[in-house]
Design a protein around this ligand. Structure first.
Ligand SMILES: Cc1cc2nc3c(=O)[nH]c(=O)nc-3n(C[C@H](O)[C@H](O)[C@H](O)COP(=O)(O)O)c2cc1C
Ligand code: SF4
Length: 518
């Protein structure tokens, strides 16, 4: 049998040089007259080891990483096609501690299979969930998803089954499934990884959502910054359609479901569900007032399920292994697993899928290995640009929706950004206001004007102008934004601002005092 070499074509791996490594391996194979099949897989998510090249040996796959083009000659000299030892040798991928410690339910196939091979997908458990769903009554599918405890992974954590039930119970001649793949949060890449590494799982999840609610058409709204994900998803949809996974008779059943990929134009607010729907309809991405809920009047005024990529991609395993299997993972009201994306100034950056419940300290210190700079961790922002900054004193907070809310934080899309002790939290607070000012859709005053006023007042604090009075003004402004904004962009910007002021008051001393203290 000819050897198989796996080289990720995932955007993250490409950014780290995977294409150059692939070309160097092809060249070496040619020059040595060796035959091998190169498979372009997704990433397993251990980005600190990318480009991670794997070879299939008689004893299983053996990984090497991070591989540089200059390593390729010596890899061949070391007999890497048979798993030979080399300075980049990592051994069996699933024994690498960062990967071995994970519980992979949603990402079980990512980095393992050939992303656009439906056979590869099926041989690793793919389509079993959909097969079960086509034989069930829609209400039973919805019940199974509800019982699993799955909550939306896009940020708000709303129970997925309850959203689906509203759409199922709303009568209409047309309903839609919309997948939110705008993934605008800082430090997040889970949606992209799954679309590039296991696209059929999203298609399967959307088809199940369609059958469960009576929707026959789906759209995936992908941010324009993800060209590789767009290309892979487009190809996967065409393959699924040809194979009868999509179309008028899904898997030979009487259920019809088809879908299309749409590309956003790059606005953070277009990740907000109603703004996204406007954008999808060809309008300006401005937030709509609720009610009506999208589940009742969504895309083109029709009942619409709008779910995040990870929410939908987690449904196939629930429909395959059952609600109880999924629900058994996690803690409290946070059931199942969550793909935590560890980024920023951190040694072991990457995606770590685990049951809810690890503490923030375990994630940052043990899994992430502390800072890349080697300096002490000062703050961790959890939940994207609208998330709170957590100090070390809150590292015992378990990763759970309610536990984070109790500490004035949020999990969001589970991205965490690590900062070392050189971070200036006043600058971070100002950045939050600036981000809001730039990204605001402009519909409501607290967000549109409040964010700009917030920047100005923080600038005064930094300049030592009536610092105490101006800090009180920022607090007051944050309350107005929190309680008076129409959506979470204006409503949650106070989280990074107020957490910086509360947990790092020393950074808000006027400039002369800070110099004197140093
Ligand atoms: C400003 C803003 C940006 C958002 N960006 C995203 C995003 O990029 N992806 C996402 O899935 N949800 C995003 N959301 C949350 C969505 O509005 C919505 O709650 C989500 O798509 C619902 O899916 P879920 O229930 O599966 O989480 C954003 C919300 C706000 C307020
Ligand atoms: S909070 Fe900001 S983004 Fe949201 S509706 Fe108001 S102006 Fe638009």
């Amino acid at each position: 049998m000819i050897p198989r070499i796996y080289i990720p074509a995932d955007s993250g791996a490409l950014a780290l040089g995977a294409e150059k490594v692939a070309r160097a391996i092809e060249k070496e194979l040619r020059e040595r007259g060796v035959e091998a099949k190169i498979v372009r897989n997704g990433s397993r998510g251990a980005y600190f080891l990318e480009p991670m090249v794997e070879v299939a040996t008689a004893e299983g796959r053996v990984a090497y990483g991070p591989v540089k083009p200059s390593d390729v000659k010596s890899l061949f000299d070391s007999g890497f096609l048979k798993g030979g030892h080399h300075k980049r040798w990592l051994g069996a991928p699933d024994k690498i501690p960062f990967l071995a410690k994970q519980t992979r339910l949603t990402f079980a196939r990512c980095g393992v299979i050939e992303p656009l091979s439906l056979d590869s997908y099926k041989s690793h458990g793919g389509l079993r969930g959909l097969q079960n769903a086509v034989a069930m009554a829609p209400a039973d599918i919805v019940s199974q998803v509800t019982e699993s405890g799955l909550r939306g992974r896009g940020g708000a954590g709303f129970p997925t089954g309850i959203k689906w039930k509203t759409v199922l119970d709303t009568t209409s001649e047309r309903k839609y499934i919309v997948c939110n793949a705008d993934e605008g949060d800082s430090a997040t890449f889970a949606d992209r990884m799954i679309m590039e590494g296991d696209p059929f799982v999203l298609i399967e999840g959307m088809a199940i959502a369609g059958i469960a609610t009576g929707a026959t058409k789906g759209f995936v709204y992908i941010r324009s910054e993800y060209p590789h994900a767009v290309a892979t998803m487009n190809k996967a949809v065409a393959i699924a359609r040809k194979a009868g996974v999509l179309g008028v008779n899904v898997l030979g059943s009487p259920n019809a479901f088809d879908m299309e990929i749409r590309v956003g134009a790059g606005a953070y607010v277009c990740g907000e569900e109603t703004s996204l729907l406007n954008s999808l309809e060809g309008k300006r991405g401005v937030v709509r007032a609720k009610p009506p809920l999208p589940a009742i009047q969504g895309l083109f005024g029709k009942p619409t399920v709008i779910n995040n990529v990870i929410s939908l991609a987690s449904v196939p395993i629930i429909m395959d292994k059952g609600a109880v299997y999924y629900k058994d993972f996690g803690m409290g009201r946070s059931r199942g697993t969550i793909p935590i994306q560890i980024a920023g100034n951190v040694k072991h950056g990457g995606l770590f899928e685990t049951a809810f419940g690890l503490t923030l300290g375990e994630i940052v210190d043990e899994i992430g290995g502390g800072t890349a700079s080697g300096r002490p961790v000062k703050a961790v922002q959890v939940g994207g640009p609208l998330g709170a900054y957590f100090p070390r004193a809150l590292f015992d907070t378990p990763f759970d929706y309610e536990a984070f809310a109790a500490k004035d934080g949020l999990i969001g899309h589970a991205g965490i950004t690590v900062f070392d002790d050189s971070a200036d939290m006043m600058k971070q607070a100002r950045f939050a206001m600036e981000f809001c000012a730039i990204e605001s859709c402009g519909k409501c005053t607290p967000c549109r004007l409040g964010s700009t006023r917030g920047m100005e007042v923080l600038d005064k604090v930094a300049a030592g102008i009536e610092a105490e009075k101006n800090l009180a003004l920022v607090t007051d402004l944050c309350n107005t934004m929190k309680f008076g904004s129409l959506c979470a962009l204006g409503g949650f910007t106070p989280y990074p601002v107020m957490s910086s002021i509360t947990h790092f008051p020393e950074d808000f001393k006027p400039a002369p005092a800070r110099v004197a203290a140093e």
